[in-house]
Write a protein that binds this ligand. Structure first.
Ligand code: F6R
Length: 243
């Protein structure tokens, strides 16, 4: 694992975009793992800006897998992670919906949705570059504190804290779904390169616990310490808790 301090959130986004583009240039059929949430937005906007300027790589063969999905939203709901990632990244890059997959809460049955998603990830050859954000409580994807470090994709119940954190996307906390399908920590560790992005003072404590604290299920993001190729990109505010 490496911690990479950058001068600003924009610099974090520029380096993350450089890393993703380099992977796609090296292997046009790169498999990208995509987080939603606020943190990767600057990175996604930078990739789109470069693509529109004709300076990006070709995304013609790229495949994408999202980290997680809400359970119980009507299909096509604008806050579903499938709709969100299409709007914020893959549609503007010209990556068609059939090359973007997420855990499926509606398809052939919720109890087997995790297994089906794991099988799809394996069939695609695994994720090459996995973009990650970190929750204020140290969660990774929707693996809340206490999640098994070896967990695979499965159904989870959101904590009240995370529902409060995500209420801003739904107008009120009552509208935030209670359940999600999420890649497990073990799933995330299978990706070949982890790109954990953290910006802003609210993430400082979680970043310090993840990279300098003990490896522990109480801070799920601490699994990045186990990964042979994990890059933690931080802006000055997110780095304030680091030694
Ligand atoms: C999103 C996800 C979450 C977020 C985390 C941070 O797919 O899996 O773990 O990365 O909640 O969210 P933001 O970036 O909005 O602070």
């Amino acid at each position: 694992m490496e911690v990479v301090p950058r001068g600003s959130a924009e610099d974090v986004a520029a380096l993350a975009a450089d890393t993703i583009e380099a992977a796609v240039r090296a292997r046009p059929a790169t498999v990208l793992g995509l987080a939603t949430g606020s943190t990767p937005l600057l990175t996604y906007q930078e990739l789109i800006r470069r693509h529109r300027a004709g300076a990006g790589p070709s995304y013609d063969e790229v495949r994408c897998f999202t980290l997680d999905e809400y359970v119980g939203l009507p299909p096509g709901h604008p806050e579903s992670y499938r709709a969100t990632i299409a709007r914020e990244l893959t549609d503007p890059l010209g990556i068609p919906p059939e090359r973007v997959q997420g855990p499926d809460p509606d398809g052939a049955g919720l109890p087997t949705a995790g297994e089906r998603y794991e099988a799809a990830l394996v069939a695609a050859g695994g994720v090459d570059v996995q973009v990650l954000g970190i929750g204020t409580d140290g969660h990774l994807a929707f693996n809340e504190p206490g999640s098994s470090l070896a967990s695979l994709t499965r159904l989870k119940t959101l904590t009240e804290q995370t529902r409060q954190d995500n209420a801003r996307f739904f107008g009120s906390v009552d509208a935030v779904p209670r359940h999600v399908l999420t890649q497990g920590l073990g799933t995330i560790l299978r990706a070949r390169h982890l790109l954990l992005l953290a910006t802003g003072a609210a993430k400082a404590e979680a970043v310090a616990a993840a990279v300098e604290g003990p490896l522990s299920a109480s801070c799920p993001a601490s699994v990045v310490q186990l990964h042979p190729h994990a890059s933690v990109l931080v802006d000055p505010e997110a780095a304030t808790g680091l030694a």
